[in-house]
Design a protein around this ligand. Structure first.
Ligand code: FAD
Length: 433
């Protein structure tokens, strides 16, 4: 009999809660990963660097497991179908996995739990992605927080060694099932192709993080950790990062708390995962949704250099600096009066670190429809933002070299005009309430 650990967005051997509990069971542990055809078949672009990231990470895990005399089993298909065949193939005593807070994942896990239970197999799920989850952080009235600052205060108050403690999986590495290394389907076999993408390294630059509060808003330098893709796929442990953050920089710790916060919002307010605004009254806004303007925004051709630079950075690298994410998102929603969901979907397609909770949180923040969003009448001025955060145009020129030419295109919309237009549209919608 075996205990299975089902990998999803926690692709590492060290400090992994679910893997730890699988290894500690009475049975030898067999790790598995499923390339979910329901998700992959929906991806229009088959040169998807994220799929490649997962694939390369699996190869890496396989190497480590081979050294331990074991193997990961990798399958492609609909998870329920894959599990139906796994229960026939192996004598499974129990299955362990880590929590995932998205609606799709919750439904999937419920179905699979039922299938396994029907076969007399225990299905155990664990907290791993976040420091606090579900009802662990609540207000005095036992309600979830919807504003970041008091949430973060409570988060810090409740934090202790217990919540940060790493799971010492390495103590149990001899408990992996001893089997020959199993073949992993190639990228082509699952319908994808290699990309030329470089991925950021998995290490924390401690010198940089120490100065994070002074560097983080300057898009022309690498002043942030670039760990987002690793946090997204769990190639690093959030507990280990929090342990470092406490020693290195409180502002950086706050970013990790934002991550917990948005996952917590997703858990308590699942309607945001059904395409609705967090504040539903904002769904009354009449968006202009001009397709040509949307296209110009996507391509980085709005005539606002900072917006164009951000979109081109995104298109070329799969990354965009946080300050510029805020500027480009605000521009789409407020200046062009295009539904934030269009922008959310575009980022979802392009960002290497795409994570539903953080992306939706960021977009609804920009639209003013989210939890703890800036009031809608506060509208970013792209020119003022550039003067403040990229005064010498170092960032802009890297992505938009033609900005120094005299024939740089005119802005697609004039700032003051756009500002008045959006204020009116928001006011009309919200007055209906
Ligand atoms: P650092 O500044 O070094 O921060 C460390 C880590 O904290 C990040 O890796 C990330 O995991 C987390 N973090 C930081 N800021 C936030 C935040 N505001 N919300 C949630 N977590 C945060 N982040 C994503 O991980 N995925 C997304 O899909 C995503 N979409 C966004 C969309 C918009 C419109 C906006 C405004 C922000 C979005 N963010 C998203 C948040 C943020 O921009 C990125 O996490 C950050 O730029 C990643 O760079 P870094 O790893 O160098 O971050």
């Amino acid at each position: 009999k075996v205990s299975i650990f089902w990998y999803r967005r926690d692709l590492r051997l060290d400090d992994n809660a679910g893997l730890y509990y699988a290894l500690r069971s009475k049975y030898p542990t067999l790790p598995i990963f499923i390339f979910d055809s329901e998700i992959l078949d929906d991806l229009g672009n088959k040169h998807d660097a994220r799929v490649e990231f997962i694939y390369k990470t699996l190869l890496d895990l396989q190497q480590q497991l081979t050294k331990l005399g074991s193997s990961i089993i990798v399958r492609y298909g609909k998870p329920l179908e894959v599990w139906k065949s796994l229960v026939e193939e192996f004598e499974i005593a129990e299955v362990h996995t880590n929590h995932d807070y998205e609606n799709y994942a919750i439904k999937r896990d419920k179905q699979i739990g039922e299938l396994l239970n029907a076969h007399g197999i225990g299905f155990y799920t664990h907290k791993d992605q976040t420091i606090f989850e579900k009802n662990e952080i609540l207000t005095g009235n036992k309600t979830p927080y919807t504003v970041f600052t008091p949430y973060s205060r409570k988060w810090k108050e409740q934090l202790n060694d217990f919540y940060m403690k790493s799971y010492p999986t390495e103590k149990y590495f001899t408990d992996f099932l001893k089997i020959e290394s199993q073949p992993i389907p190639s990228l082509n076999e699952i319908g994808f192709f290699e990309t030329e993408q470089d991925f950021p390294k998995k290490i924390i630059d401690e010198k940089l993080i120490e100065k994070y509060d002074t560097l983080r808003d300057i898009p022309s330098i690498q002043g942030t950790s670039r760990l987002s893709v690793h946090l997204r796929f769990g190639t690093v442990s959030v507990r280990k990062l929090v342990q470092r953050a406490i020693k290195l920089n409180q502002t950086w710790l706050n970013e990790l708390i934002w991550r917990d916060f948005y996952m917590n919002i997703l858990h308590h307010f699942p309607h945001i995962n059904e395409g609705e605004a967090f504040r539903r009254e904002y769904d009354a806004i009449e968006w202009r949704n001009n397709e040509e303007e949307f296209q110009a925004w996507c391509e980085g051709k709005t005539g606002y250099p900072i917006v164009d630079a951000g979109m081109r950075e995104l298109n070329q690298t799969g990354f965009m600096h946080n300050r510029v994410r805020m500027i480009t998102a605000s521009f789409l929603v407020k200046h062009l009066l295009i539904d934030w969901r269009w922008g959310e979907a575009y980022f979802a397609e392009k960002l290497l670190d795409y994570d539903f909770a953080a992306n939706n949180g960021g977009w609804q923040w920009a639209a003013g429809s989210g939890c703890d969003a800036a009031p809608y009448f506060r509208i970013f001025n792209p020119t003022a933002q550039t003067k403040k955060f990229d005064p010498e145009l170092k960032y802009v020129k890297r992505w938009v070299p033609e900005v120094s030419n005299f024939d740089y295109p005119e802005p697609i919309v004039e700032h003051t005009f756009a500002r008045e237009r959006v204020l009116k549209a928001y006011k009309t919608a919200l007055d209906k309430k």
